[in-house]
Design a protein around this ligand. Structure first.
Ligand code: NDP
Length: 243
C-alpha cells in the first residue's frame, strides 16, 4: 500500500519550489492533495503535471479570503504550512510594508490555517500531523535577514506551542529548518557567488540542500514513522546549525 493512501493533505505555497515538490510527492504516495497558492497559472500547471490534485487560489496574507477558502476544505489529515515570502532588507532600511507582509504570510497565516485545520480534526475526533517550513535562519543571524529570520524564529516557537496544546488531541506539529535550496527564492538570494561562497563554507557537508532533501524530511514528519515526534525543529542544513 502507498504510504499516504486514504490521507487528505493541504499544502500551502504549492505553486512553486518546495511546496510544489511536496504536493507532487504526496500525491504520488497516494494522498489526496489540496494545493493552495496565490498564482492561478501555477496551480493549473500543477494539475496538468499531477492529475487528481485539487487547487485553491488565495492570498494567505488576506485573513478573510483565507478563512472563506479554507473553510470549504473538509476531512484533512495532514497540513504543510510552506508558503512564505523572503523580503531581504538591511535592518536600518526595514519598511513597515515588508514587516507586515512577511509576518502576515510567514506567521499569521500559519496560525490561521492551522487553527481551521485543528478545529476540524478535533470535531471529527481524528489524529493529524502538521509540518511548518521554517529555516536555518530562525536560529542564526544573517545580513539583511532581520524580518525574514524573525518570522521563522517566531514560527519555531509557534510550532512548539501548537505541539503542546494540540498533542492531547493527537495532532503532532513539527517543523523543518532547511539551509539554502535553489528554488526561485533561493536563486534570488543566493545566486551571487560572493554570497553563496561564504555560506557554503559554513556548511560542514559543503553543499546546499536539494528539493528532495527537504521533501523527504517533511514526508517523514507527516508520516506515522515519526509518530512519537512533536514540537521538533528538524535541521536539513548539512550541519550548518551544529557548527
Ligand atoms: P518559492 O518562492 O520558490 O515558492 C513559494 C511559494 O509560496 C510560491 O508558490 C508562492 O506563490 C507561494 N506564496 C507566497 N506567498 C503566498 C501567499 N501570500 N499566499 C499564497 N501563496 C503564497 O519559495 P521556496 O519554495 O524556496 O520556499 C518554500 C518555503 O521554504 C518557505 O517557507 C521558505 O521560507 C522556506 N525556505 C526556503 C529556503 C530556500 O533557500 N529556498 C531555505 C529555507 C527555508 P507566488 O509565487 O504566486 O507568490
Amino acid at each position: 500500500m502507498e504510504r499516504f493512501s486514504g490521507r487528505r493533505a493541504v499544502v500551502t505555497g504549492a505553486g512553486k519550489g518546495i511546496g510544489r515538490a511536496v504536493a507532487v510527492r504526496l500525491s504520488q504516495a497516494g494522498a489526496q492533495v489540496v494545493a493552495v497558492s496565490r498564482t492561478q497559472t501555477d496551480l493549473e500547471s500543477l494539475q496538468e503535471e499531477c492529475q487528481g490534485i485539487q487547487t485553491l487560489c488565495v492570498d494567505l496574507a488576506d485573513w478573510e479570503a483565507t478563512e472563506a477558502a479554507l473553510s470549504t476544505v473538509e476531512d484533512i489529515d495532514l497540513l504543510v504550512n510552506n508558503a512564505a515570502v523572503a523580503v531581504l532588507q538591511p535592518f536600518l532600511q526595514v519598511t513597515k510594508e515588508a514587516f507586515d507582509r512577511s509576518f502576515n504570510v510567514n506567521l499569521r497565516a500559519v496560525l490561521q490555517v492551522s487553527q481551521i485545520f485543528a478545529q476540524k480534526l478535533i470535531a471529527r475526533g481524528a489524529p493529524g500531523a502538521i509540518v511548518n517550513v521554517s529555516s536555518q535562519v530562525s536560529q542564526r543571524a544573517m545580513l539583511n535577514h532581520t524580518v525574514y529570520s524573525a518570522t521563522k524564529s517566531a514560527l519555531d516557537m509557534l510550532t512548539k506551542s501548537m505541539a503542546l496544546e494540540l498533542g492531547p488531541h493527537k495532532i503532532r506539529v513539527n517543523c523543518v529548518n532547511p539551509t539554502v535550496v535553489m528554488t526561485n527564492m533561493g536563486r534570488l538570494n543566493w545566486s551571487d557567488p560572493q554570497k553563496s561562497g561564504p555560506m557554503l563554507s559554513r556548511i560542514p557537508l559543503g553543499k546546499f540542500a536539494e528539493l528532495d532533501d527537504v521533501v523527504n524530511g517533511i514526508l517523514f514528519l507527516l508520516s506515522d514513522q515519526s509518530s512519537m515526534t512533536t514540537g521538533a525543529t528538524l535541521p536539513i542544513d548539512g550541519g550548518f546549525l551544529s557548527s
